[in-house]
Design a protein around this ligand. Structure first.
Ligand SMILES: Cc1cc2nc3c(=O)[nH]c(=O)nc-3n(C[C@H](O)[C@H](O)[C@H](O)COP(=O)(O)OP(=O)(O)OC[C@H]3O[C@@H](n4cnc5c(N)ncnc54)[C@H](O)[C@@H]3O)c2cc1C
Length: 385
């Protein structure tokens, strides 16, 4: 592996920030279900969260491989990058499809920490996996759109100033293809939260700030639409490869966290007068999980390199997400088993990370949908839906 791809200096700089936020910090927030405000602030001040923003807009101007190294290191330290990762993956939609005016207005403020773009509104109660079924509607009236509708599981809305929103702008009955008639907007949340936008937190199994939303006649200036009206889904899909690769890198970080814990426990804990790691029944599952994690990491690196070189990477991004989510889940199970009773004890942090990493079997895309992509789009088998 080349030094560039390993990003050792960058990784070290992430470790320096995260060292100030030990596992006690995350454990305490998890118990209280509170947002890691100080950690997000520190990662913003260190510019890590502006990694993908070009230098001319105040960011670091790094590529996706570098952003993956940041997310992996954050999760490896015991942090959960989830409260801040949307800023990384939503960025692509703004960077690739936003107007120069939009970039100049928002990106320098996001880079400097004056504004947060942490919310991404797609999922609805009746439209999760089937995105084209969304019904939240943005009706054009002169120089504005009026948005009405409901969303669910939209994370970090309370802690974000801006949201990238997907809404219908042409009713589904009137479009030639279901994927058309959807548009993307930058919604300024600051004035509408609690007014025309109801935000109700959903309690989920990990410390995640996800919400049910109701838009009631929310006004969005026409100038906040990203790209052309009706082509929004293609812009969102375009950004999804980056999202999948970044989340795969977070899973690799989780996997490394679990293996660090499992190996040190196996080396230290003595039962029947010998270290438990001497038993192959303990050692082999850890070794297998490590091999699977390294293999998944190679796919993450391949997907990120293809993305950075401008090649198509849909298959690799999907495979990276699935393999890394499976590998981190395997590492989590192995760590839990190796720690015995201490695995489920909150003070040892494995149970917290175990809950956190489980999400990635489901979101932002579930494993079944990845398998169907590989089966149909890569291998050419019949379509099932
Ligand atoms: C904590 C959390 C945070 C989230 N944050 C956000 C966010 O910030 N923004 C946002 O827009 N969304 C967010 N989501 C939503 C997430 O992306 C969706 O939950 C996910 O896309 C799955 O949709 P669903 O839950 O409606 O499942 P469904 O679409 O109801 O699917 C349920 C199950 O059926 C399977 N399935 C469906 N159709 C098929 C098929 N044809 N073949 C095989 N299997 C099938 C799926 O794979 C899945 O396992 C979040 C979700 C959670 C839980």
């Amino acid at each position: 592996m080349t030094a560039k791809r390993n990003h050792e200096e960058l990784r070290e700089s992430v470790r320096r920030v995260c060292e100030k936020f030990p596992n006690e910090y995350w454990r305490d927030l998890d118990a209280k279900r509170e947002y890691p405000e100080e950690w997000v602030r520190a990662m913003t001040d260190s510019k890590h969260l502006a990694a993908l923003i070009p230098k001319e807009y105040g960011g670091l101007g790094l590529d996706l491989s570098a952003a993956c190294a940041i997310m992996e290191e954050a999760n490896r330290s015991g942090a959960n990058a989830n409260p801040a990762h949307a800023q990384m993956y939503v960025m692509g939609t703004v960077l690739r499809h936003g107007s120069e005016e939009q970039k100049r207005e928002y990106l320098p403020k996001i880079s400097g920490g004056e504004l947060r773009l942490q919310a991404f509104g797609v999922t609805e109660p009746e439209a999760g996996t089937e995105t084209t079924a969304i019904t939240t509607f943005a009706e054009r009236r002169g120089e504005k759109y009026i948005v009405n509708g409901r969303k669910i599981y939209i994370s970090r809305v309370q802690y974000s100033d801006l949201m990238v929103l997907l809404a219908r702008t042409t009713p589904i009955e009137e479009v030639e293809k279901r994927s058309l008639g959807l548009s993307v907007f930058i919604v300024d949340l600051r004035k509408i939260k609690g007014e025309n936008l109801d935000v109700k937190r959903r309690r989920v199994m990990m410390n995640n700030f996800t919400n049910e939303l109701e838009f009631r006649n929310v006004e969005v200036p026409a100038g906040n639409r990203i790209g052309e009206e009706g082509r929004g889904l293609s812009y969102i899909l375009d950004g999804m490869n980056a999202e999948r690769i970044l989340i795969a890198a977070e899973c690799v970080g989780d996997g490394r966290f679990f293996l660090d814990r499992a190996v040190s426990r196996a080396n230290e804990r003595e039962v029947f007068g010998r270290r438990i790691g001497r038993n192959q029944g303990v050692q082999f599952p850890i070794a297998r999980a490590y091999a699977n994690l390294e293999a998944a990491n190679l796919m993450v690196e391949k997907a990120a390199s293809l993305f950075d070189e401008g090649h198509s990477c849909g298959a690799e991004a999907n495979m990276a997400k699935m393999l890394a989510a499976d590998a981190s889940w395997e590492c989590g199970n192995v760590a839990m088993q190796t720690l015995g009773g201490y695995g489920v004890d909150a003070e040892y942090d494995v149970e917290r990370k175990f809950r956190e990493t489980r999400l990635y079997q489901v979101a932002p895309i579930s494993t079944n949908l990845i398998l169907s992509y590989i089966g149909e789009r890569v291998l050419g088998m019949p379509r099932s839906f």
